[in-house]
Design a protein around this ligand. Sequence first.
Ligand code: NAI
Ligand code: MG
Length: 482
Amino acid sequence: MKFDSARELAPAPESKSAATIKPQYELFINGKFEKPASKKYYHTINPATEERISSIAESNQADVDRAVKAARQAYEKTWKKMPGKERAKYIFRIARMVQERAREFSIVETLNGGKPIRESRDFDVPTAANHFFYYAGWADKLEYAFPNRQASPLGVAGQIIPWNFPLLMAAWKIAPALATGNTVVLKPAETTPLTALKLAEIIQEADLPPGVVNIITGAGATGAAIVNHPDVNKIAFTGSTDVGKIIQRAIAGTSKKATLELGGKAANIIFDDAPLDQAVEGVINGIFFNQGHVCCAGSRLYVQESVFDQVLRKLKDRMETLIVGDPMDKNTDIGAINSKAQLDTINKYLKIGLQEGADMYQSSCKLPGKGFFCRPTLFTNVAQSNRITQEEIFGPVLTIQTFRTDDEVIAKANNTPYGLSSGVWTDKGSKIFNLTTKLRSGVVWANTFNKFDPVSPFGGYKESGYGREGGLHGLYAYVNVK
Ligand code: NAI
Ligand code: MG
């Protein structure tokens, strides 16, 4: 297939003016926006243009202390005593307000994080609202969630989230914590604080009792101060396996509970009996969705030998059609890499792949002159032992290997330190059952990929972490059960 400029689409930009971004944001503590004790601010930028968009407060130890204190007081005085059906009203209110301001949230998410507006609009924001709706529904039904047992909240939850799904991760963390009667201190990632701060505005408007949710900004040191705070009862973390290990060491020997959602290196497996066009579409979505900044991204493709040539050709053709560029354009498929640091990491791995002797293929698209961008990339001629097949790259980079038998591909797929997700493409139900029981990962998608629903639990095996978020399972992480 050949694609030429005839395919070029007219620009279809979303308007920035439908969202307001303040020049400076403070910390949301005890229901109010307060200046940081540190008196320090840093700039948050748009990774697609490298322009500054706002100044963000940097919390120090005193700020973390204030936030935890507010959360503790709110927990003791109001939230833990409030009947579930009253708590539910607040959570429903947040859900509806996120929906009402969906367009604004999508714009801000895309400006601050670099993801295509189509994804913010159609995935991140509606799924975030759905999580609030879903857990609001549980708040007054905990006796059915834990039949014949008594579930009580843990207390103050310290929640630290990453930059790949900023609003959605905030919803994943806050909604089940509130539904079960806990209070929250949440820290968004340093590169993507804006939608969490917008959520703070909603929480204020929704009139939640002050201190039930506190949202404080800052980098790793702020996160560490939350983890190490003696009055925090539970840590919920999503991010790198390295930081997950630091957290695990930090809380060892304390009574703190934790859920850790860490990295991944998911296998996506295509059998020769699969509907190949659909499978290729699923592979494209699996690795290029959100620039590949996805813990469950299908970053290792395994193709049955007899259809390898066909699949590779289809994949390359499809990659050529992907539109890389302005995240605010509604036609864009692949937006900006979230930060300079992440782009450097991805480029480092592209070099490693070449040094390891793999063959690299990139689509021929032009990249914008400014901002952080990476062409969709695939590597063939890779070995199971290569670093590019073993380590999480967290970018639009796919490795492809072949296999002959079920047992061989199961062994290869499981040969990884991670175990978050995997995908199977086949016409045969029996193969699906065989693989879903043998693949060591928290989620196995069959003839689809990257499907999320608040009802469905999500979480890892091995170095992908522990604990489940979403669904009924997601409640367990926030309660003591007697
Ligand atoms: P990170 O794990 O350092 O950052 C995630 C969150 O943890 C941020 O809010 C950060 O401020 C906070 N944090 C950093 N150090 C901390 C500490 N010592 N104690 C408590 N909180 C801390 O991830 P980073 O450095 O942004 O990305 C590095 C790699 O991690 C990526 O290339 C990717 O492979 C992986 N990653 C995986 C994610 C996932 O969803 N599983 C999300 C983000 C990154
Ligand atoms: Mg880090």
